[in-house]
Design a protein around this ligand. Sequence first.
Ligand code: GDP
Ligand code: MG
Length: 264
Amino acid sequence: MAFHSSKAHKSTAGRGWGRRGGVWWPKDHNPQVPESTTIDVLIPALNEEKSIGHVLDAIPDGWVRRVVVVDNGSTDQTAVVAREHGAEVVFEQQRGYGAACLAGLRHLAHDPPDIVTFMDADFSDHPNELPRVVEPILNDGVDLVIGSRTIGQNEPGALLPQAVFGNKLACFLVEVLYGYRFTDLGPFRAVRWSSLQLIGMEDEDFGWTVEMQVKAAKMHLSAVEVPVSYRKRVGVSKITGTLKGTVLAGHKILYTIFKEYLDP
Ligand SMILES: Nc1nc2c(ncn2[C@@H]2O[C@H](COP(=O)(O)OP(=O)(O)O)[C@@H](O)[C@H]2O)c(=O)[nH]1
Ligand SMILES: [Mg+2]
């Protein structure tokens, strides 16, 4: 993983000219490393020592300034392996996907990037697709890009049936209530730093991904999807692979969609 450093990028966040979801098909099949935009990666991780090294090694050279792994109280060697593979490690005591992401953002805020990219630590996402995920921001002034596993290449069984169903239901409700069309609440995503400040993320657990999408919609930011690939994770799922995780995540996602809709 080679780091790339550069000057600040002019933000278009807040203009409100946005595209209301929908697919942004990759235009450039050989995208160049941006010269004047900084991209940082944030990876929440809980006991992912077997996969985190693969994730970090697969981030394409030259595209990323810093990678921050937020260790949420792992009892294995996640932090050690992450450091060995070039990441900065931040610790967050409070459990929860969102709490870990918020801790990572507080860390980045000391020297913020132009774009922050999120991905999971379980090697389900394909980090080599990062250029595709940031391309709409770099080349088209978009605020938020969701990597959609639904329209991308999926290894059979990588997305569990309960995740497929939950995503479909959530995306249907988001379209009906907010008028933004998404096909996934996927973890692999990129957002302009300045837009993320406007969005004002708060969720500390399973509502994190959908909160970002519905708040972007409420603010009329431009949001698009790009197809991303997804494979079976290394190790055992803690969220959609468990009954408790599925029930809690499903409940929190639906709650967030309605709460944000009713909240002026
Ligand atoms: N920081 C943090 N990360 C978590 C927590 N639970 C899961 N994760 C991470 O979130 C990602 C998704 O979790 P995963 O178990 O793969 O759930 P699935 O994708 O629904 O099967 C992985 O990178 C996990 O390491 C948590 O409580 N805190
Ligand atoms: Mg996973």
